[in-house]
Write a protein that binds this ligand. Structure first.
Ligand code: NAD
Ligand code: 89Y
Length: 350
């Protein structure tokens, strides 16, 4: 069998969260993902990343693509820049992974997918929560039929961790908790329970110092008939804050799986229960509490690189992520109207 070709990776954005991408790419070098250039419009950040990871650095993505032959671009800038950068990638036929949220509006998300389609360019969204070790373990339990058919779930992200310190822009966003982190939890709901028929939601702004909603309580009926509660808040004040872990309970007709703080699962099947630790080990560049989120970046990057190299769509392709983004849109619409909303109307528009 022919050896698999290495892929040259170009990193766009070297800010707060991109540091995790950079470390993950460095770890994936032995597997053939060769970080080959970095770019940030802030020259200090670009140079720091270039020096640290031993690759050329740029302040302009076009210039970087003119200078270094890149196979796969990893765009970890903020959402307002994604359309412009993804367009440059698509027009040059270069594959791209774009961080979540895909874009600030549904129309822009669709435009990005459409551009990639027109230019036949490979496109994916870096939706890392579903790639975390604990989430993979839960999915395996479901796929093995251990709890039977899932019929009810609660996926819960409740924290008072000061997210505004590392990501000060969050305090100014027009839409906050659903678009920033609820999007991950909604994606997990799709991952575990499939597509969604109806969405109801209530939002609250509990912290007066920020601009948008910081709490969302979302109720969904999946097309399978399963019912799921998705909770997301940045305003919880509680002991043993689980940041950045997602707490999860899924009940099926044959048992249940519960994921608790510390990445412990409690599985009940055929009347018997057992517990297991399902998190991944600390990596040389991860630390608590962020480790859970960071290690998911490594698994996400590996998935992206392998799928691109093998000519296959990513599980979280641009098209797939539109379905998650449709849940975000539906949740905001439901919160605005206090009525149940069908997300399929966005997907049909896409
Ligand atoms: P940040 O502001 O710290 O970093 C963004 C960087 O992009 C900055 O250094 C900026 O100079 C650079 N940039 C902007 N426009 C550019 C351009 N045209 N060309 C090159 N560089 C450009 O933001 P952040 O906190 O790192 O967030 C980045 C993205 O990561 C956001 O979409 C955020 O939602 C996402 N994020 C994801 C997770 C997760 O778990 N998946 C966690 C945190 C943040
Ligand atoms: O921005 C958020 C995300 O995507 O994951 C965690 C986070 O960084 C803060 O809640």
């Amino acid at each position: 069998m022919a050896a698999k070709q290495p892929v040259a990776i170009g990193m766009i954005g070297c800010g707060f969260y991109a540091q995790n991408h950079l470390h993950a790419w460095a770890d994936l070098r032995p597997e053939g993902a060769l970080l080959s250039a970095v770019c940030d419009r802030d020259p200090v950040r670009a140079e720091a990343a270039g020096k640290r990871f031993g690759v050329p650095h740029f302040t302009d993505m076009g210039k970087m693509l003119d200078t270094v032959k890149i196979g796969l671009l990893d765009i970890a800038t903020r959402m307002d820049t994604h359309r412009e950068l993804a367009a440059i990638a698509a027009e040059r036929g270069v594959a791209a992974v774009v961080q979540k949220p895909f874009a600030p509006t549904w129309e822009e998300c669709v435009a990005i997918v459409e551009m990639a389609r027109q230019h036949n360019a490979w496109l994916a969204v870096h939706e890392n929560f579903r790639f975390a070790s604990a989430m993979r373990a839960v999915k395996k339990i479901l796929d093995q039929g251990t709890i039977g058919t899932p019929t009810w779930a609660r996926l819960s992200w409740r924290t008072g961790f000061d997210v505004y310190r590392g990501q000060p822009y969050l305090a100014e966003e027009e839409k906050l908790v659903i678009q920033d982190v609820g999007i991950h939890i909604l994606d997990l709901a799709r991952y575990f329970l499939g597509e969604v028929a109806h969405v109801s939601a209530e939002t609250q702004k509990r912290n007066p110092k920020i601009r948008a909603e910081d709490t969302a309580t979302i109720l969904m009926r999946h097309t399978s008939g399963a019912v799921c509660v998705v909770e997301a808040t940045y305003a919880a004040k509680r002991q043993n804050d689980a940041f950045p872990e997602t707490m999860l309970e899924i009940e099926g007709d044959g048992g249940s799986v519960i994921l608790t703080k510390g990445e412990k699962v409690i599985v009940t099947t055929q009347g018997l229960s057992f517990e297991d630790q399902v998190g991944g080990p600390l990596l040389h560049w991860t630390s608590r509490p962020w480790h859970v989120s960071q290690e998911a970046v490594l698994h996400t990057n590996r998935h992206m690189f392998e799928r691109f190299r093998d000519g296959l769509a990513a599980d979280t392709s641009g098209e797939d992520n539109l379905k998650t983004y449709a849940l975000v849109e539906a949740a905001y619409e439901a919160a605005r109207t206090h009525a149940a909303v069908k997300p399929v109307q966005w997907v049909a528009k896409g």
